[in-house]
Structure formats: structure tokens, C-alpha cells
Design a protein around this ligand. Structure first.
Ligand code: GRF
Length: 197
């Protein structure tokens, strides 16, 4: 039985992608077959190449508001890699229902909040503003509704007095790097029992 093939989409530094690739390469439960970005300058692309993972970059800017045209281009290297699972990891483009439909039930995302609280952006600032005692991150199945979909894992951290969005983000990111590999390992084994850290 061949290993599950995993493609990872990034937009920036790709610290979550690095942890996923490291975990797959160390534990051997799946094969990272592509790291793709909407930004050719994404620092994660160089990190992926150094780890021996094929990369692709499709700049979304020339497509303007034509999301479908951008996604048609982005699909090309992804489909060529024949992934079984897609992991969004710091990927900052909203995907259309059509794109999501290609990978229904097999596309994951990590979001830096305890969903269903704080879908969208500025999650840490919102948690601080609300005076929440806790914050964290969520890995969920991607569905056509942004930051929605069945929860596959969560990790919680305390919000400390004096926290800024930056200090809270740093505390959450440490947990993201623990959570995402744990969820992917379980997901490729066909187990959707949520990982709660
Ligand atoms: C992380 O906070 C992640 O939750 C969000 O993007 C940020 C950067 O992720 N999706 P990475 O370092 O590019 O993996």
C-alpha cells in the first residue's frame, strides 16, 4: 500500500509546513509531494526545496479579482503532484467553493483561534480585546465556508496579562507546530477523532 501523498499550500514563512514535512519524513506515515505558494518570494519555498520537497509558485496578483483564473493555474502543479491530502498552512488566499470541491473531505487548514470563535483575521487581537482567558489554534476540514468545517484538532494556551497580539501569536504558534502533525498523522490513518492538546 503506497504512502498517502500530501501537498501543502503556503503564503509566507511556512513554519507549519516545515513541521509537517519534518514529521512525515521522520515518521514515514505520508509523503510530502509538493509545497506550493501564491507568492514566489515566500520564504517557505526555499525551506521546502532544502528539505527535498518539489515546489511551485503561482503569483495571484496578475489575476486581480479573477479568483477562478488564479485557481485554475494553481491547480496545475497540484493535480500534477497527485496528492491524496491538501494541507493549507499559513495560506492567505480565500479559495472558491469550486477549488475546495476538488478536494472535498481531504483538505485541512490550521487557523489561529479556538474555532468557532474568531474566524477570519486578527484572531489574537480579538481574543485579547474580548478578555478571553484562553486562546489557541484549530485544525479543521476545509469546506466552502471560510474557517468552518469539522474540527480535527485544537490546542489551547492561556492569555497572559499584558499579552500583545504578537506575544500571544508566538505562544499559539508553538502549539500549532505540535497540533498540525498530530492531526495529519491521524487523518492519513483514516481517523477523524479530534486531537485535543
Ligand atoms: C500562523 O499563525 C498560522 O496559524 C496562520 O498563518 C500563520 C503563519 O503560519 N495560518 P506559517 O508560519 O507560515 O506556517
Amino acid at each position: 500500500m503506497s504512502l498517502k501523498r500530501v501537498a501543502i499550500l503556503i503564503s509566507g514563512g511556512g513554519s507549519n509546513m516545515v513541521r509537517l514535512v519534518e514529521d512525515m519524513q521522520a515518521e514515514g506515515y505520508a509523503e510530502p509531494v509538493l509545497v506550493a505558494s501564491n507568492d514566489a518570494a515566500a520564504a517557505g519555498l526555499e525551506k521546502a526545496a532544502r528539505m527535498g520537497v518539489p515546489t511551485a509558485a503561482i503569483d495571484h496578483r496578475p489575476f486581480g479579482k479573477d479568483r477562478a483564473a488564479f485557481e485554475a493555474e494553481l491547480l496545475k502543479p497540484i493535480l500534477a503532484a497527485e496528492p491524496d491530502v491538501i494541507c493549507l498552512a499559513g495560506f492567505m488566499r480565500v479559495l472558491t467553493p469550486d477549488f475546495v470541491g476538488h478536494f472535498a473531505g481531504r483538505m485541512l487548514n490550521i487557523h489561529p483561534s479556538l474555532l468557532p470563535k474568531y474566524p477570519g483575521l486578527h484572531t489574537h487581537a480579538r481574543a485579547i480585546e474580548a478578555g478571553d482567558p484562553e486562546a489557541g489554534c484549530t485544525v479543521h476540514e476545509v469546506t466552502p465556508i471560510l474557517d468552518d468545517g469539522p474540527i480535527l484538532g485544537q490546542a489551547r494556551v492561556p492569555v497572559e496579562p499584558g499579552d500583545t497580539p504578537e506575544t500571544l501569536a508566538a505562544r499559539v504558534l508553538v502549539q500549532e507546530h505540535r497540533l498540525y502533525p498530530a492531526v495529519l498523522r491521524r487523518f492519513v490513518a483514516g481517523d477523524r477523532t479530534p486531537v485535543m492538546l
